[in-house]
Design a protein around this ligand. Sequence first.
Ligand SMILES: [Zn+2]
Length: 186
Amino acid sequence: MELTDELYNTMIHRDSRFDGKLYIGIISTGIVCFPSCRSRLPKRANVRVFGTLELAVQAGFRPCKRCWPDHPQRTPPDTELVVRVMAILRADYGQPITLSSLARAVNVSPYHLQRVCKRCTGRSPAQELVTVRVEQAQKRLRDSTASIGDISRQVGFRSPSHFAVVFRRAVGVSPQAFRSEAGGGR
Ligand SMILES: [Zn+2]
């Protein structure tokens, strides 16, 4: 099928009006997307248009992992979403992570992410992130000789004093006390 200006415009503006009606095969990546996919906009020359997902798959395109054109509700199943979020938190806990950046990474709204995460795990993404960071800090306090300031930075806290407050709230003792009780730091 032909790529019309109208269709390409909906791709530029992430407009979802053709989602589920037309499918965009991207030759350079081998991926098939909904027209509104938030991945990088392909060049016109790299676009093939299909009327059904099956035709695109037969032509050798794989369904996109961001816009999930092979999933009827368009939203990844909740547990799948939470699994992806937890994988990001475990990989990137040392980086600055916000609810918005996390939501962007998994292509849902911050509101949706917050709600799904709370429903599935009983905790918000921010609470999950703190848990991951504190666990990583405990491991380093026990197993490494790095200073507490370095550890606080490595696990993503903006300052050692903020780290100390959060750590004490989660673990019940200060990082120093935890380290000496665990026999770490030597
Ligand atoms: Zn896509």
